[in-house]
Design a protein around this ligand. Structure first.
Ligand SMILES: [Zn+2]
Length: 189
């Protein structure tokens, strides 16, 4: 197959994610939060592993309900750390709860996290025009700027590279290869 981003052909999970979700515009804040969590849970691991653990995380994290997550107790942390099907990293689990709280603070201020993030591009999709895997970027001026702002607001585990990947996940960047049949640009307005 030469009409699909080559990285997506490595596993069924990756292909499914690539075809149905990656770089699609996500407007729902709960879904945005889910993708944010998956991105920082990934740090140091492969995306394939994260996708395989996604349903286990969904169960353990109350369907990525940030309101519930923001109120997780110390007992719940201990329970999560004993669940071998999710990412058992104390710092990441702490970041999960912390980031849920910070996520809601942004919602209060900007009406929605969606609004907050898209304000950076004036609600426009940024199309990357890659032809080769080697050309793919892992961070940008924009991801650095957003990462810096999120850090200032108290978010954890959201460095510039994690943010870049997140921006692709929610469709701010369209990073499909030029030859990929999913690369057709979609815009919000
Ligand atoms: Zn693609």
């Amino acid at each position: 197959m030469k009409d699909i981003c080559s990285w997506a052909l490595e596993s069924d999970e990756l292909l499914n994610y690539h075809n149905k979700e990656w770089c699609n515009i996500v407007k729902d804040d709960t879904k945005i939060f889910e993708l944010l969590v998956l991105e920082f849970m990934q740090a140091g691991l492969s995306w394939n592993i994260i996708l395989k653990k996604r349903e286990f995380m969904r169960k353990e994290f109350d369907n990525f309900d940030y309101m519930k997550i923001s109120e997780y107790s110390e007992d719940k942390i201990i329970e999560m750390l004993s669940n071998k099907n999710i990412i058992r990293n104390r710092l990441k689990i702490k970041a999960l709860i912390n980031n849920a709280k910070k996520f809601m603070e942004i919602q209060k201020k900007y009406h929605s996290f969606y609004n907050y993030i898209w304000t950076y591009t004036d609600f426009k999709v940024i199309k990357n025009t890659y032809n080769l895997d080697e050309e793919r970027k892992s961070e940008s001026y924009l991801s650095k700027m957003i990462s810096k702002d999120l850090k200032k607001r108290g978010f954890k585990f959201l460095g510039s590279k994690v943010v870049y990947s997140f921006l692709e996940a929610i469709g701010v960047y369209n990073s499909h290869m030029q030859y990929c049949k999913y690369s057709k640009i979609s815009n919000l307005n």
